[in-house]
Design a protein around this ligand. Structure first.
Ligand code: C5P
Length: 403
């Protein structure tokens, strides 16, 4: 059975879809999982703890301040002693609490305390799903790495309104659980990878710096995708606002020189994927004190010095990884520039993308890339950055097999 031995903490929040959670418990157990249920107060208005307890064949956790429950396992252990946390149904209210880190009841406290993956199955009236606060909260939760299944389009149980908001069916939720917990093949098990991501910040003085528009989304997604294939991934990240990916060791650096040190100190490795938008220049001698504006004086000149090229250094290093992958962010003549870069940087593969402002690639969520290698040029369609990452990780695994 796909879920044999897997432990699932199922949080049931308030909503008419809670009746489907009873079936979900049954289905999860049929697939071999053990289910520990937590119910919010509102959930208990729709289904009873008695029914939930009978189907899960165990204790139902209801109260953050119950002495009995806290003595039994306690909310911190409840949050950690599981392979996956599933929230079904996830009400608009519980999503809002999760997005803001509120923890005033057992369900929300467990969600804040957990270090396990979380899958939510939202269910609410379509107007509530479409409302700007719910849109914002869903975005925040996705950025925080929360996995979603649904909501689906269709008729609502409580009214004849239609739209998006219906909870995914129990079997769809089970499939999402299997996908998350099983994880698929691990062709990169035992392989070590270094990924760079994000921009670098080059200080002008203690408060000012030179930067670029890189968000780190593509590099972080690649690190996560390689980890999913079983690789041992070290991610060297410049300053970004997105969270560290799950399953990856992230090192935070600021300047190009620090990034180079962090990368070199991690050699040897099997694979290097240099995605960071490293600043080509730093300020030759950044000031130790904030540069003051002097009335009547001309602006201070900025003397630049060239930064080390991390990709090129790795590509020609005596401990060169078997596979070195670089990126080429270009605004013109993407293919020719990419080809030249392959040679110059000692890379096996260059992922070239057009970052002209009209493409919205830099800082955006989509990417359209061309893969340039000795095998020729492969042009991929316009894809989400996660999808580009999954495909690239699969390609890297395949290429490594050939070497
Ligand atoms: O030369 P260019 O900056 O276009 O090359 C892009 C590729 O080189 C990317 O893979 C980037 O991460 C890497 N690079 C680097 N260190 C630099 C400049 C670029 O690793 N100083």
């Amino acid at each position: 059975m796909e879920l044999s031995g897997k432990r699932i903490l199922l949080i049931i929040s308030g909503g008419i879809a809670a009746y489907k959670s009873l079936d979900l418990i049954r289905r999860l157990r049929e697939h071999g999982a053990s289910v520990r249920p937590v119910m919010t107060k509102a959930a208990q208005e729709f289904i009873t703890p008695l029914a939930v307890g009978a189907l899960s064949a165990g204790h139902v956790y209801l109260d953050l301040f119950s002495r009995e429950d806290e003595q039994d396992v306690g909310h911190i252990r409840l949050a950690r002693d599981t392979d996956l946390v599933v929230v079904a149904p996830a009400s608009a209210d519980l999503m809002a609490k999760m997005a803001h880190g509120l923890a005033d009841d057992l369900a929300s406290a467990v969600l804040l305390a957990t270090d396990r993956p979380v899958l939510i199955a939202p269910a609410m009236n379509p107007k509530m799903w479409d409302a700007p606060p719910t849109r914002r909260n869903a975005e925040t939760l996705k950025r925080d790495g929360i996995h979603f299944v649904g909501p689906m389009a269709g008729e609502m149980a409580e009214s004849n309104e239609a739209g998006v908001g219906r909870m995914a069916e129990p079997l769809e939720i089970v499939s999402a659980v299997v996908k998350l917990l099983d994880g698929g093949p691990k062709p990169l098990a035992g392989r070590t990878v270094i990924v760079t991501s994000g921009p670098t910040h080059e200080p002008i003085d203690p408060v000012r710096y030179i930067a670029n528009r890189s968000s780190g989304r593509q590099g972080h997604a690649i690190a996560a995708a390689l980890a999913k294939l079983g690789a041992d991934v070290a991610l060297v990240s410049g300053p970004v606002t997105i969270p560290d990916p799950a399953g990856v060791r992230t090192v935070h650096v600021e300047r190009a020189e620090e990034m180079l040190q962090a990368v070199i100190s991690r050699l040897p490795a099997d694979i290097a994927v240099m995605v960071a938008a490293v600043a080509d220049w730093r300020v030759a001698s950044s000031a130790g004190q904030k540069i003051k504006k002097q009335p009547g004086e001309p602006p201070p000149p900025l003397q630049l010095a060239e930064n080390p090229d991390i990709l090129k250094t790795v590509g020609h290093h005596e401990k060169r990884p078997k596979l070195v992958v670089g990126f080429a962010a270009e605004t013109q003549d993407v293919v020719n520039n990419g080809r030249a870069k392959l040679e110059r940087k000692g890379a096996d593969m260059i992922v070239a993308n057009d970052v002209s402002p009209e493409t919205g690639v830099m800082g955006g969520i989509r990417n359209k890339v061309k893969i340039i290698s000795a095998n020729g040029i492969d042009e991929w369609p316009d894809l989400g950055k996660e999808e580009v990452a999954d495909r690239l990780a699969a390609l890297i695994a395949a290429r490594l097999m050939e070497t």
